[in-house]
Write a new protein. Sequence first.
Length: 158
Amino acid sequence: MKIVKRIISTFLFLLFAIAFTSCDKGPVSETYLAIKNSTWDRFDIKQFDIPVAEPAQTYDITLVVRCSEKFQYDKLPVYAIITTPSGEERMREVNVLVRENGKMITQPESTNSEARLILWKGINMGDKGTCKITLENMIPKIQTDGINEIGIVVTKSE
């Protein structure tokens, strides 16, 4: 009888462990940088250092831009560079959509815009260490008003 109870207990423990680990769909890393005076200067390059603990895993990396009504454009052009812990470097120029049909894209119950764009999907980091992501504002003005925060969210690829 003790053996049956032990087997049932072990089975239930394993079942709960699998259920809890498979439900972990949250971000691996989520980092935001506040922009001083809500003004992002043209040549002020922002850098994010993301720790990589599971190099065999593939990741999705999302750029988050939070703007106020002072942001005058429909899109924010950004030049992004990722350097993986193994030294591989990838670059891309993207446009983050902030307005649709002239209206700010907002989260419910918020006056600020929050736009998200996947920069890299299914990227493999290669090694453990630190992944560096740099972002440069590509609007051809010295200062761009209305950008409150920028962020990087890293999730495991499905």
